[in-house]
Design a protein around this ligand. Structure first.
Ligand code: ADP
Length: 376
């Protein structure tokens, strides 16, 4: 357990209180100043009030659930020491420390702590307020963000590096028209890869920043399917893959048509990219018993190993990175699908058998008669 206490204001304070200085006074009945109890009840942090005898006068349910308080005792000795320091000199202190939380099977949880005298300066009844904020979620979010920035930089560096190298090669081969043509083609490929990546990053940041869809409108699912199929037709034709649509007339949802087309197009592009030539991709639209529009994309492709199914919706996760790059994949397609579905209060599922094929299904709640602006 580590604690780093710091005083926000001026004035140095000792890092630790002197040992053995606890006063052995007879317990005095202490009371909370008026109004404090109602303030504490609305705080989201774990809140504890300690009296002049180091006894807990009041503790929020969270403070007890995290095991910071048991009975009328603060269970973390560093916290109790900090409370005594604050009571002695009246200075507000802050710190961070790790505590094993029994509720989480003893796993340590990181808390940001603020300790302040209650009711003003030194001697103001000796009450001290301890506020502890669970940092687990904010740490996790920060870690995910850092990973994403690192991964994005790495993904951007690859095509940029390739472009620089190809430009150099073209310079060296300036007299060889055939070589120049070949390398210029490769440059175009890398530039396209860069464009797709930047486009996917923009889409991803747009939907992540705006959950749920900011200005939902009635969207006809049949039109979404037609548009997405249209945009994939060329890639499918180039590989002799048939795109066949089945069912689903007159289904309408509330949402953002462009985002729904993007989600379905990503599934179709994957179905084409991860299937052998001359196979079939079937797009089935139907209404489910739960009142969702369901659009499934079933391919006869390479399939996805069971152990990877959970992870393919993570940003930049690929089962086979070399194959993904070879097909121009960015590793962001399914992450975009997942976020688009979340923004529409829907979901995406996958079933797959290695070597036999995959079926991805989108579910979006159907628009009820009372929803939206009236237009279907
Ligand atoms: P990528 O740009 O690499 O295709 P995605 O996020 O769209 O990124 O997909 C993540 C990974 O999931 C892919 O790299 C691939 O390994 C796997 N995958 C996605 N769709 C399919 C599919 N229809 N068949 C087989 N594997 C797939």
């Amino acid at each position: 357990m580590a604690i780093r206490a710091r005083t926000p204001g001026a004035g140095a304070t000792p890092a630790r209180p002197p040992r053995g200085t606890r006063l052995r006074t007879a317990p005095q009945p202490a009371r909370l100043p008026p109004g404090i109890a109602s303030v504490l009840s609305v705080l989201s942090s774990s809140a504890v009030v300690v009296d002049s005898n180091d006894r807990v006068l009041r503790a929020s349910a969270a403070a007890r659930a995290f095991g910071l308080v048991k009975g009328d005792r603060l269970m973390v000795s560093e916290l109790a020491a900090l409370a005594r320091q604050v009571r002695r000199d009246g200075e507000i202190r802050e710190g961070e420390f790790e505590v094993p939380v029994p509720r989480f099977g003893g796993r340590t949880t990181s808390f940001a702590v603020r300790v302040a005298p209650l009711g003003g300066a030194v001697g103001g009844g000796g009450l001290v307020l301890v506020l502890a904020e669970d940092q687990t979620e904010s740490r996790r979010v920060e870690e995910v963000r850092r990973d994403f920035v690192a991964n994005t930089s790495h993904e951007l560096k690859t095509p940029v590096g390739a472009l620089a190298l190809l430009a150099e090669t073209i310079e060296d081969a300036a007299d060889d028209a055939e070589a120049v043509r070949r390398f210029a083609g490769k440059m175009r490929q890398e530039a396209n890869r860069l464009t797709s990546l930047v486009q996917d990053l923009i889409t991803l940041s747009r939907i992540q920043a705006a959950e749920p869809v900011p200005d939902p409108r009635p969207v006809d699912i049949e039109a979404v399917v037609a548009e997405a199929v249209d945009r994939c037709r060329m890639k499918a034709n180039a590989r002799g893959i048939t795109l066949a649509t089945v069912g689903g007339r007159g289904l309408s949802v509330l949402g953002d048509e462009d985002l729904l087309v993007t989600a379905l197009r990503n599934l179709l592009e994957n179905a084409v990219a991860y299937s052998p030539e001359k196979t079939r991709v079937i797009i089935t639209t139907r209404k489910t018993a739960e009142g969702n529009a369901e659009v499934s994309v079933a391919d006869q492709g390479i399939g996805i190993p069971e152990r990877d199914l959970e992870r393919i919706f993570e940003r930049f996760y690929r089962v086979d990175p070399a194959r993904s790059r070879a097909t121009g994949g960015t590793g962001l397609g399914l992450a975009i699908v997942k976020h688009v579905m979340a923004a529409h209060n829907g979901k995406v599922t996958v079933r797959s058998v290695e070597g036999a094929g995959s079926t991805f299904s989108l579910y979006v709640p159907l628009r009820s008669e009372h929803d939206g602006t009236g237009a279907a």
